[in-house]
Design a protein around this ligand. Structure first.
Ligand code: B12
Length: 453
């Protein structure tokens, strides 16, 4: 059987002569996971449209497409093309799970939620010529997962070929997150065993790793086993966690000893009331600075995430958030406009209140306002969002933020890391087009390495 796995490009990454490096960071791990379930005699290819052209001149037996919200339009185009060409088309992923009826207009079958149990069932039905239209499962385990087909990933196209995910979901329930809907009929947070995770890490060449898990600190027992096991493996790694989890006993020390050098943290908002509105009760604003200090004092850089457009936000929120982020020496930040993804709690609530403006999924990219805010206009929020990015990444503010560090080495590292990340997109574009992103990995490792305090 010939199978073509496709990750269609997100709207914002299409049709540009050069692309921001963020679209060349991570290979499509979900699709490589699914490819692991094929038989030895099957032929498989993975095409990631963010980093390579998709040739539409073939008719594989099976085309498997992963759709995110802003790649939905493109995913449907590709699905329609292949169905016409005579291929069988199956779709899955976050957006398909949110709106299966929409996806079924373009796909022969859809797989909803995590696919580790449903996908092999689909494959077996498909081989027997009796595939159903919809597959989903409530069985949730990562035990016995076949080897992820990393051999199908064109590593030179990515800055972080060693991305890895050792859990699914998250222990929390924020109403703007896809999680509750995606995992709705079963467990919504589960992990590899520690041994399974260590074996996968052990098989990855090179030093740098990036854990793509929503919350790598989320299961204390698993995380401490993992970090203890990684000690001595000479890895340096990045990942994501919550404010509270980095203050949870010795977990952070174990993480740093195992190679943690940079952490993504969803601070979201400096307004406690705003977060309560969205169920992010575990974020306590009074702990933010303590968490930042805990990380910086151990030489761990922070990539902070903020969301604008909570009902409690007013026009001052953009500047006050950036000023706070700069004053606290945060190395990098991503800003988002609150985006009610279909199927989430906030989408259902705003829908019921008649506040969803449209369903043009291309604009559900966290850069556009797609709902009616309690007090601010669309223009105010979008302009404030753009200003926040510009202001945070002004050289003046990068210098000011870097200067807030106590140790000279950290000041320099902050300056170089932030500058390289945001200020040199055309240079990144060149390296991407030359397919030489792997050249950037040793300097990245060097910068990240730093010296743990
Ligand atoms: C890598 C990544 C990206 C990459 C995407 C390309 C890529 N390589 O996948 C990049 C950097 C481009 C990206 C961009 C963005 N991302 Co992103 N990203 C991720 C991340 C960290 C990992 C994805 C991954 O590999 N997961 C692991 C694999 C195993 O899971 P999976 O892909 O979901 O696949 C499983 C199932 O979905 C299913 N499946 C998937 N596809 C298919 C296809 C078929 C045929 C079948 C049968 C099954 C199936 O089977 C797999 C195994 O169970 C996730 C977080 C996460 N932990 O998932 C966030 C995440 C998806 N991103 C998120 C966000 C917000 C964004 C951005 C909007 C951020 C921004 N403002 O720029 C953008 C744009 C996204 C958009 N417009 O839709 C959110 C989505 C939030 C939501 N919907 O509620 C997530 C969940 C992070 C989070 N917790 O907030 N992202």
């Amino acid at each position: 059987m010939r199978v073509k796995f496709i990750l269609p490009a997100l709207t914002e990454a299409r049709g540009r002569s050069w692309r921001p490096v963020k679209y060349s960071l991570f290979p499509p791990l979900g699709l490589a996971t699914l490819a692991g379930y094929l038989d030895a005699g099957d032929e498989a290819v993975i095409i990631d449209e963010h980093v390579e052209p998709l040739e539409l001149n073939d008719a594989p037996d099976l085309v498997a497409i992963e759709a995110y919200i802003t790649s939905a339009g493109r995913s449907y185009e590709i699905a329609d093309f292949y169905r016409k060409a005579g291929s069988y088309v199956v779709m899955g992923g976050l957006h398909v799970t949110s709106v299966p009826d929409e996806a079924l207009l373009h796909a022969d079958s859809v797989v909803l939620g995590p696919a580790e149990e449903a996908w092999p069932r689909f494959l077996s039905d498909f081989r027997e010529g009796r595939a159903s239209r919809v597959y989903h499962s409530s069985e949730r385990t990562l035990a016995g997962l076949p080897e992820i087909r990393r051999d199908l990933i064109k590593k030179r196209n990515y800055l972080v070929p060693n991305s890895i995910v050792v859990s699914r979901g998250c222990p929390h329930s924020c109403d703007f997150c896809y999680k509750d809907n995606f995992f709705r009929d079963g467990k919504s947070f589960y992990t590899y065993t520690v041994d399974q995770a260590l074996a996968e890490i052990g098989a990855l060449k090179g030093r740098h790793l990036f854990f793509l898990d929503d919350n790598i600190f989320g299961d204390r027992r698993f995380a401490s086993g993992l970090f203890s096991g990684m000690r001595g493996m000479r890895r340096i790694w990045q990942g994501a966690a919550t404010v509270g989890s980095v203050l949870d006993g010795d977990l952070l020390d174990l993480a740093v000893a195992s190679g943690l050098r940079s952490l993504f943290i969803g601070f979201e908002s400096l307004d406690q009331a705003g977060m309560l509105l969205h169920g992010k009760n575990h974020n306590r604003v009074e702990e933010y600075q303590k968490a930042i200090k805990a990380l910086h004092s151990r030489g761990v850089m922070i990539n902070a995430s903020f969301v604008f457009g909570l009902d409690s936000d007013t026009a001052g929120v953009f500047d006050s958030t950036v000023d706070w982020a700069v004053a606290n020496g945060l190395e990098t930040a991503t800003f988002h406009i609150l985006t009610p993804y279909p199927g989430t709690g906030v989408f259902n609530r705003y829908s019921a209140e008649g506040r969803i403006l449209h369903r043009d999924w291309d604009l559900y990219d966290t850069r556009h306002v797609v709902f009616r805010h309690a007090s601010m206009s669309r223009e105010t929020i979008e302009a404030g969002y753009r200003r926040a990015y510009e202001k945070f990444y002004m050289w003046k503010n990068i210098c000011r933020s870097a200067a807030s560090k106590d140790v000279l080495f950290d000041k320099i590292r902050h300056f170089v890391y932030t500058g390289c990340w945001k200020k040199f997109d055309p240079a990144w574009g060149l390296i991407i087009n030359m397919k030489r992103l792997n050249m950037a990995i040793p300097p990245l490792e060097h910068i990240l390495e730093g010296k743990a305090h």
